[in-house]
Design a protein around this ligand. Structure first.
Ligand code: IVH
Length: 690
């Protein structure tokens, strides 16, 4: 039986941990100003998990541990919006904006300047988050504007959104905003999709919207989703009379939104480039100021950390908004001032098929060079057969092209009116273009693959991955050299790299003495590698950089990983059946095992990741506690568990340490009998790394 005092202590600590984690989540995900190291954060999180495992009655849906994505749903519930989610009327030019201003003034019968609140038009997915009595209880998609789908299980995983609000929040609060993925994180996401052999996304909006519509919340949890709030839905007693007050309210309640500032009519020096202080929402007096703001943003849009497609100009006063009402399905008090689309027209001159490291066949459109947003574009990925079928891009087609996420060129659509006669649909070949072996589309997958493990293209790409910066980091071994080496049959597998001589390198075309020396040196340099990087470098499907690290932290040694069965793999955090199956398939294969042996024999040495060393300082250790210590025994026990160890009640043969305080009795004698190492308080602190 738990005593009341112990229970209330656990509850206090639970509250304290939740509060600290929430505070850090807000500083990290909303303000972008982390207040704790990743390590310290992980420690708090681990402690919270241990505490909740011991006291499940403390777990509430608002606990930070409950964000990570629960069980997949069968379907989303359809729920009516208390207030319809409208759309915005668009304007495309400065003249349109002046007309808008005139119309509004006419309805309001006013001549004087109006206060406009200008916000970025965020290019993501609209969401309505519902808080009841300060707790997040629903999150609806726009749906048809009247009825949305409850995607709460996915939205809960977004760490920039609080699961509960301060007590000052109204009993019912609906907050509307946009779910986004920032450009930088989108680039990483696509990189890791590619690395793990999965389909890439055309743009951040698709990746964000796709995640929100998935029934499995773990998919949302794994995508770097963010939310920026912009307007209230239906709320009771909302103490807000203007859009500026609404933004103040959002800030005061820890809800993420853009920073706003007053925007004068003439703003000098900001047209050229994005400056850190540039407000991403602005209060403008009169339409001229709003236009100046719109033009400024249009000029710097590519430098913003996320995609936008215009500026939304809203009447600041809510009572004036009410007077203005709506026309059709759009409010009369706002307009979306769109940017001229940065698109171009060009002709597809060919469709190439590239073979990736996992054997994935990717169709790539080759086009007549075209400049879009200052960058010349010559090719664009068509991702896979189903994406290609959807867009039906054919050789000879005129296509509309744009830069998705401002970096990746994307074919938006085919101009069918310009399609020449006698074109045909493009089908990925039935044979791999690199080796001629069969290429197969496995049922339920979107990617067609060459399944020949000896395919030269797969070898080239695997070697490029192996040598890449985040894997073995063989700095001077560029892609071209790798292709030359495999073509000359000097390298047929990873371990061949470590047997390569300078003389062999010098037999390659255009290979100079100095650069050959550099390559040999960087190969030698790469011999000492952390376990996480090594696992990642092997290029196993679905095993990206993070999974490599997680496996390293869990298994500690390569032998440990090689000995793991399915059950043990599934016990590792974030490893599901798909990754486990892929790992087993590769790690059990005699070829890969032989290759690993050759690598180790040729001098590759694997060390434990630095991080895992600290993060799990007591991993696998069994530490028994006895005697009087400076901290309560329960707390020490929690700390041991949080650092990966165990703390059984009695000393046995498998005990690694006895942590002995003053007045240690029987246990101390027993430990001495078993030859168990004895730790004092200082020794324990040192071992635990604090
Ligand atoms: S206010 C009456 N503010 O644009 C509609 N919408 O066409 C009120 N959007 O579905 C919406 N950024 O997803 C508003 N700063 C912003 C926005 C924004 C993007 C989207 C929103 C909505 C669509 C309206």
């Amino acid at each position: 039986m738990l005593s009341w005092a112990r229970m209330s202590k656990a509850k206090n600590r639970h509250n304290q941990l939740q509060q600290e984690i929430r505070e850090h989540d807000y500083k990290y995900h909303v303000l972008d100003q982390p207040s704790l190291s990743d390590f310290a954060y992980d420690q708090l999180f681990a402690e919270l998990k241990v505490l909740e495992a011991k006291h499940p009655e403390l777990i509430t849906p608002e606990s930070p541990t409950q964000r990570v994505g629960g069980q997949p749903l069968g379907s989303f519930a359809k729920i009516p919006h208390r207030k319809p989610m409208l759309s915005l009327a668009n304007t495309f030019s400065v003249e349109d904006l002046r007309d808008f201003d005139q119309r509004v003034k006419k309805v309001l019968e006013r001549d004087a300047d109006l206060s406009y609140f200008c916000e970025l038009k965020l290019d993501g997915l609209a969401i309505e988050v519902i808080y009841e009595n300060g707790k997040m209880t629903g999150a609806l998609t726009r749906g048809d504007g009247s009825v949305g789908e409850n995607v709460l299980s996915n939205v809960r995983t977004i760490r920039s959104l609080p699961l509960n609000l301060p007590v000052t929040a109204p009993a019912l609060l609906e907050v509307r905003g946009e779910v986004l993925i920032y450009k930088k994180e989108f680039a990483h996401l696509n990189e890791s999709q590619q690395e793990s052999g999965e389909a890439t996304f055309a743009n951040p909006r698709n990746a964000a919207a796709g995640a929100i519509r998935q029934l499995d919340p773990r998919i949302s949890a794994a995508r770097p989703l963010k939310v920026l709030c912009y307007s209230p839905g239906w709320s009771e007693d909302l103490p807000v009379r203007t859009q500026t007050e609404w933004f103040d309210f959002l800030n005061a309640h820890g809800l993420p939104c853009l920073k706003y500032a007053e925007w004068p009519v003439v703003q000098k020096g900001l047209k050229k480039g994005y400056k850190k202080g540039l407000p991403l929402a602005a209060l403008c007096q009169g339409i001229d100021a709003a236009i100046a703001y719109y033009e400024t943003i249009q000029n710097i849009r590519h430098q913003l950390p996320f995609d936008i497609d215009g500026v939304v100009i809203k009447i600041n006063s809510y009572s004036l908004q009410e007077t203005l009402g709506m026309v059709a399905r759009s409010p009369r008090w706002a307009t979306a001032a769109k940017f001229k689309p940065e698109q171009g027209l060009t002709v597809v001159t060919g469709i190439q098929v590239q073979v990736g490291r996992t054997g994935a066949l990717t169709p790539v459109a080759v086009m007549a060079p075209v400049k879009v947003g200052g960058v010349t574009i010559v090719n664009a990925t068509l991702h896979n057969q189903s994406e290609l079928d959807r867009k039906d891009v054919r050789v000879g087609d005129t296509v509309v092209i744009q830069r998705a996420g401002d970096v990746i060129p994307e074919i938006v659509e085919v101009v069918l009116a310009k399609r020449p006669a006698h074109t045909s649909k493009f089908k990925l070949p039935a044979k791999c273009p690199a080796c001629g072996n069969a290429a197969v589309l496995i049922e339920g997958e979107v990617v067609t693959r060459c399944v020949n493990p000896l395919c030269p293209a797969v070898l080239d790409e695997s070697l490029k991955h192996f040598a890449s910066r985040r894997a073995m980091n063989i700095e001077d071994l560029g892609d071209k050299i790798i292709e030359q080496l495999t073509k000359a049959k000097l390298v047929n597998c990873f371990s061949d790299l470590y047997r390569l001589t300078k003389d062999e390198l010098l037999t390659l075309e255009r290979q100079g003495e100095k650069s050959a020396q550099n390559i040999i040196e960087s190969i030698n340099h790469s011999r000492n590698v952390s376990l996480g990087r090594f696992i990642y470098a092997l290029g196993i499907r679905f095993v990206g950089e993070q999974t490599g690290k997680t496996l390293a932290q869990h298994f500690k040694t390569l032998d440990g990983l090689l000995a793991a069965n399915e059950e043990e793999l599934l016990q590792v955090e974030d490893i599901g059946p798909k990754i486990a199956a892929s790992l087993l398939d590769r790690l059990q294969s005699s070829e890969l095992r032989a290759e690993i042996k050759r690598l180790l024999k040729s001098g590759v040495t694997i060390a434990l990741d630095k991080n895992s060393n600290i993060a799990q300082a007591l991993q696998g250790l069994s530490i028994v506690i006895t005697g009087t210590l400076p901290r309560p025994r329960d707390e020490i026990k929690d700390q041991i568990i949080a650092l990966g160890g165990k703390s059984p009640g009695s000393v046995g043969k498998s005990t690694d340490y006895l942590l002995a305080g003053s007045d240690a009795g029987l246990k101390l004698a027993k430990a001495e009998e078993f030859g168990v190492k004895i730790l004092d308080w200082e020794g324990f602190q040192k071992l635990a790394g604090s």
